[in-house]
Structure formats: C-alpha cells, structure tokens
Design a protein around this ligand. Sequence first.
Ligand SMILES: [Zn+2]
Ligand SMILES: [Zn+2]
Ligand SMILES: [Zn+2]
Length: 87
Amino acid sequence: MALIIHRCTCGHTPTRHPADGACRDSLRACRCTTYKPVEQPELLPTWTMFGVPIPEITPPGERSDHRATCACAACQALYAELAGGTS
Ligand SMILES: [Zn+2]
Ligand SMILES: [Zn+2]
Ligand SMILES: [Zn+2]
C-alpha cells in the first residue's frame, strides 16, 4: 500500500526516522536527530517485491507496515484528491 507521509525537513521519509528520532539514512550519513515533518504531505510510492507499483493508498490514520499513517487535514485532503479519481 502506498503511504501518504510528511517528509522530514532533512529530506528523508519518516521510515528513516524510527521511534528514537534519529535519522538513519546510512547512505548519506544524515545528521538529523529529530523527525521534523514538513507541512505538505506527499505520496510515498510502494512497489511489490516484483517491482510492480502498488496503486492502492493507505487511508490516513490507518496502519500499514506496523506504522500508523498521519491523519492530519493535509493528509486527508491529499488522500481525497488522489483516491477520488478523475471525476
Ligand atoms: Zn535524514
Ligand atoms: Zn530528519
Ligand atoms: Zn499529515
């Protein structure tokens, strides 16, 4: 399931920021120590193990991959926009 997330101000996704807060982007040796979400949420695409994109989006507030998604107004709005189709 694709997730709507707020990137941290360091540019990394919240999945890089576990419960203790410190960013764990090993590739770029990020020095960010606290998850500071930017205001604007974005869609984080997910793929199956075969590299196929997963079009379904996890509704805001629901859990996916052992992590609760954000349910703020901005996320709700983005979800409505993305899941609402082209009508
Ligand atoms: Zn980072
Ligand atoms: Zn960060
Ligand atoms: Zn949110």
